[in-house]
Design a protein around this ligand. Structure first.
Ligand code: NDP
Ligand code: OXD
Length: 308
């Protein structure tokens, strides 16, 4: 039985060395090496190669190297093959840190202070307490919950919006389309951590922005296609949104003349909010392979019909 890995080579080498020590029954190959294709049961990748089942006739599971699996379309995944996405502590910690950094920067007025510095202006503004700055996690799964855990510790009131109800201490759960408006009206800082699906594509648009309190901020670390760029620019111009921190765009990178690059009320980061860590993720991979071998449900199993 073997795994083929097709992604960042450095991480692949770390995984290969660790698995050779801890799970010598598993052969791991780094693409373009595949060993005997008949023995390949697991493919770890960001993209699905063409002619998948001709290459690996006995493939059983495709693991995404990332938290998202929207890059795999349902018609690329042959019937009967499971898709599993990455849920691992390194990625969760990084995202919680990025969201916390963004929230604190916005709450403490850092965009305004950076502009003041450029104008050599020494001017203090009133600081409201964290307890009065309400954070809404749009998409309240693994990464949203990891972020809320840190934010509540810092005193920020948090709420989450998801498809199904959640029961997390100190966090208000809103769920389903019927509760979206109530959720949005309670967000001083809206953080998008939704997966990209047919239902979330284009969701960050004019209609949604106008349901936020005037002057709210946006942190977007979900997927680029969820955000309508012109609607965000209009919301910034009108003051409906006061500042946006954007980690994901469509396309990535944006074209050189795109207004986001130079907009005074946008901070842009190049899809770096979080990444799969080699050392922690390989343990999760091995645990999932063992689960699969024992007929147990794997952690992060994707429902391809639902899209995440
Ligand atoms: P999860 O699947 O754990 O969480 C997704 C959340 O979104 C769930 O709470 C889910 O609700 C909710 N959701 C999905 N569709 C809807 C909908 N139509 N209506 C309401 N709620 C919905 O994913 P993760 O938290 O692990 O990751 C989230 C996303 O973050 C990834 O898919 C990826 O796009 C992005 N990401 C970005 C990175 C970056 O560096 N910028 C890095 C890693 C991930 P429910 O729980 O009820 O199903
Ligand atoms: C991921 C990402 O999905 O990096 O892991 O966006």
């Amino acid at each position: 039985m073997s795994i083929v890995y097709w992604s960042d080579a450095q991480r692949g080498q770390i995984w290969q060395a660790w698995l050779a020590q801890v799970a010598p029954d598993i052969d791991m190959y780094l693409w373009p090496e595949t060993g005997d294709p008949d023995k390949v049961r697991y493919l770890v990748t960001w993209e699905i190669p063409d002619n998948l089942l001709t290459r690996f006739p006995h493939l059983e599971v495709i693991f995404s190297v990332g938290a998202g699996a929207d890059q795999f379309t349902a018609n690329q995944v042959p019937h009967g093959i499971n898709v599993v996405r990455m849920i691992e502590p390194g990625l969760m910690d990084d995202m919680a840190a990025y969201i916390t950094f963004s929230v604190i920067s916005l709450h403490r007025g850092m965009p305004r202070y950076l502009r003041q510095q450029q104008q050599q202006q020494w001017l203090k503004h009133e600081a409201i307490a964290a307890s009065r700055c309400r954070i809404g996690l749009l998409g309240f799964g693994n990464l949203g919950q990891a972020s809320a855990q840190v934010l509540t510790t810092l005193g920020y009131p948090c709420s989450g919006w998801s498809r199904t109800q959640k029961h997390i201490e100190a966090v208000t759960s809103y769920f389903g389309d019927d509760q979206l408006a109530d959720f949005l009206s309670s967000c001083d800082i809206l953080v998008c951590l939704l997966p990209l699906t047919d239902l979330t594509r284009g969701l960050l648009n004019r209609d949604l922005f106008k349901q936020l309190p005037k002057g709210a901020c946006l942190v977007h670390a979900g997927r680029g296609q969820q955000l309508n760029h012109q609607d965000l620019l209009d919301a910034l111009d009108s003051g409906q949104i006061s500042h946006a921190i954007i980690d994901v765009t469509d396309p990535e990178p944006l074209q050189a003349d795109h207004p986001f690059w130079t907009h005074p009320s946008i901070w842009l980061t190049p899809h770096i909010a979080s990444e799969t860590h080699a050392e922690t993720s390989v343990k999760v991979l091995l645990d999932n392979i063992r689960r699969h071998q024992q007929g147990l449900t794997m952690v992060g199993l994707v429902d391809m019909k639902r899209g995440y």
